[in-house]
Design a protein. Structure first.
Length: 146
């Protein structure tokens, strides 16, 4: 039997942000704390109505988002629901993969969080044909090449 994943907050950067459509469906009422945060070393790409985060070592690459801490009693159901939403599969070949990454909060603190990154096939496609959101901010979606 596989080990249970650690209980970590989630770094959200697209439709799961406060006020966006999937926040209401998947996180509203389950949040103990929501803080502004950023993921360094990743680029934000436009998807079909939602974004993808792709690791990117280019200088200055960062994604703006929120660090969402879910109430402990709601955590198992929230994790399962988010994995389904993101097509995060145990074999690692889904639309997204869930990885533990360090994020920086607005007050400068660093915290480990679950981040849904583009899965291998999606990431390869986006590296070959970028759809970069240059600001790294889904809400600003000033798509362009940087």
């Amino acid at each position: 039997m596989p080990a249970e994943p650690p209980v970590l907050p989630f770094f959200v950067y697209g439709t799961l942000l406060t006020g966006e459509r999937n926040h209401t469906a998947f996180l509203a009422g389950r949040c103990a704390r929501v803080r502004a945060a950023a993921l360094e070393g990743a680029a934000l790409h436009e998807g079909p109505g939602f974004p993808y985060a792709v690791p990117d070592a280019a200088p200055g690459r960062r994604i703006s988002g929120e660090l969402v801490t879910v109430h402990p009693a709601a955590y198992p159901a929230a994790l399962a629901a988010l994995d389904r939403l993101e097509d995060c599969r145990p074999d690692g070949l889904g639309t997204y993969v869930r990885e533990r990454r360090a994020v920086r909060t607005a007050d400068g603190a660093t915290a480990d969080a679950w981040v849904y990154l583009a899965g291998p096939a999606v990431a390869a496609r986006l590296r070959a044909h970028p759809a970069l959101i240059a600001s790294g901010d889904w809400r600003r979606r000033d798509r362009g090449h940087a």
